[in-house]
Design a protein around this ligand. Structure first.
Ligand code: 9MR
Length: 375
């Protein structure tokens, strides 16, 4: 028997993992140590400049993570600023750091509708069919070859869904690749990625798959239908990246519903990962301690479900410290008074927050990876 899960708002209220005011011992173990116990990985999105310049950040990355991903340095806008002129300096630094510390690395991301160099979209629009394919696959070729053996898993195609853009199938219409090739751009990307690095785990990633809301329900439905089509055509997808940008103060969460969705995905034989976990706290209680406890409780409710599924091999947060979180700057999530968002395991001064304990506790309770938890 799998676990019983709480439903709805009960998740926020009922499972605060840390008693208010409890002193937490500062230990030298990191979240990676907790993840390892069940054969899993914990990691974070990082920036090379912060690894270079901020000692506390670098120490936290080294201590907490056994997998890393680049927050932006393998996006094509950064890595191929001019056609065929590559800049892998930042990504190289991150991959070197990961290797020096015996960590795994993910690559983010090969084919996306945004964060592309300005030259790319006009070039695709001008091109004939063969050239359009080349414009897409050339980056797959160069980036995957460069990091073969060092990056073990890739977000091959990112964020293909957007049911609000008018298509009945829920695919993102405002997408240069979709406009050029229709959804077969996804087939092409995965087949090419498989050819270039046959050992890498190939991910399709998306957001908005987590909550009990009409928005997420439409996105989950679109994802499952897309997978039916892609897997039906033999597209070599190994894994689904559930981003995990959570917003508990905007949309409810139902453990059973999310567990069922993950079960459906793993039932296809796909691996799963939580690839960009963070928790938008805008709209939460003004008292930061209270908000931290709620964020932790929500994160625990989410991870208890995710890590109950043996196909979920890793959890990565989208950053380490609130000081550098995109949530603190993004219009929808940032606090109007300029305070930092509190959606990551470390605060702006690099101190552990209750969310850290929640992640550790969820890993400690997780069944071994790759096997069903049978009673
Ligand atoms: O956090 C990233 C931010 O610093 C970048 O400016 C932005 C555009 O490249 O991307 C952010 O990361 C996104 C990720 O690549 C894909 N999923 C959503 C993330 C948050 O917007």
């Amino acid at each position: 028997m799998r676990r019983e899960f709480l439903t709805g708002a009960a998740t926020l209220a009922a499972c605060s993992p840390i008693p208010p005011g409890a002193a937490r011992a500062v230990s030298r173990e990191g979240l990676a140590d907790h993840a390892r116990q069940s054969g899993r990985y914990f990691g974070a999105a990082v920036k090379s400049r912060l690894l270079r310049e901020d000692r506390a950040y670098r120490a936290a990355a080294a201590r907490e993570c056994n997998i890393l991903v680049q927050e932006y340095e393998l996006k094509r806008k950064t890595a191929e600023p001019k056609p065929g002129r590559y800049d892998f300096k930042g990504a190289d630094e991150i991959i070197d750091f990961a290797q020096q510390h015996g960590m795994r690395a993910r690559g983010h991301t090969l084919v996306w509708y945004t964060a592309n160099p300005t030259w790319l979209e006009p070039a695709v629009e001008r091109a004939g069919k063969a050239e359009q394919r080349r414009l897409m696959t050339s980056y797959i070729d160069v980036a995957m070859r460069r990091y073969a053996g060092r990056i073990s898993e890739w977000d091959v195609v990112n964020e293909t869904l957007e049911p609000n853009q008018g298509r009945a199938d829920g695919m993102r219409a405002e997408n240069l690749w979709m406009k050029a090739m229709g959804e077969h751009y996804i087939d092409l990307a995965f087949h090419r990625a498989r050819e270039v690095d046959g050992d890498a785990t190939l991910f399709l990633g998306d957001y908005g798959l987590e909550h009990d809301s009409p928005r997420c329900e439409r996105r989950r439905t679109a994802m499952l239908k897309l997978l039916d089509r892609l897997l039906g055509r033999g597209v070599p997808i190994d894994a689904i990246g559930i981003q995990g940008h959570l917003k508990p103060y905007k949309e409810p969460f139902k453990q059973r519903q999310f567990a069922d969705f993950l079960d459906t995905l793993s039932g296809y034989g796909l691996k799963l990962a939580i690839t960009e976990l963070d928790i938008a706290d805008r709209g939460g209680p003004p008292n930061p301690e209270k908000r931290d406890r709620e964020v932790a409780a929500f994160g625990k409710a989410f991870l208890d479900v995710a890590l109950d599924n043996p196909a979920v091999e890793s959890v990565l947060c989208w950053g380490i410290s609130d000081q550098y979180s995109w949530l603190s700057n993004y219009p929808e999530y940032k606090w109007p008074d300029g305070q930092l968002s509190r959606g990551l395991p470390f605060d702006g001064k690099m101190a552990r927050k209750p969310f850290w304990d929640a992640i550790a506790g969820a890993f400690d309770a997780a069944p071994p990876v790759g096997r069903r938890n049978r009673a």
